[in-house]
Design a protein around this ligand. Structure first.
Ligand code: CA2
Length: 149
């Protein structure tokens, strides 16, 4: 049975590639999912890829990942990054590694984007690498979880 990892995407990321291409690029969320599926497959990992505009749904999925003993979790918390103690609390329960991903370099943007509650639960944070950050995160998780290709 392959190990499963979760990739969770927060609010408004369903708009990726349709608005603000100068900031977020032209790839759609479906392209990001394809990239993640290809990368996970290369590393022999099964993948759950999800997006929600609702904080509670994201928390339910983190609980699901924990209950199903996921090998790791990647999260782009989007707008919840600087506000959600609830998502942080859910992630702190997870023993498997968590990687926080942002498409943009949040530290080079507005002040309010620079503080992340989520980082306190993250083994690693990748930001500013565009959507390739997701592939890097999956490769990093594969190394951390010791999956052999
Ligand atoms: O850089 C990232 O990945 C962010 O997590 C994206 C969030 C933003 O709130 C964070 O500060 C940084 C925004 C996600 C919304 O994505 C959109 C994509 C296209 C058009 C409109 C929003």
């Amino acid at each position: 049975m392959p190990k499963t990892i979760y990739v969770l995407n927060g609010p408004n990321l369903d708009l990726l590639g349709t608005r603000e291409p100068k900031i977020y690029g032209r790839d759609k969320l479906a392209d990001v999912e394809k990239l993640c599926r290809e990368t996970a497959k290369r590393h022999g990992l099964a993948l759950e890829f999800r997006q929600s505009n609702h904080e509670g749904e994201i928390i339910d999925w983190i609980h699901e990942a924990i209950a199903k003993k996921a090998a790791g979790l990647i999260i782009n918390p989007a707008g919840h990054t600087s506000t959600s103690i609830a998502i942080l609390d859910a992630l702190l329960v997870m023993k498997a590694p968590v990687i926080e991903v942002h498409i943009t370099n949040i530290h080079a943007r507005e002040q309010f984007r620079r503080h992340s509650y989520i980082s306190q639960a993250a083994r690693a944070v990748i930001c500013g690498m565009g959507v390739q950050g997701y592939a890097l995160a999956i490769t990093g998780l594969a190394k951390m979880t010791g999956v052999k290709v």
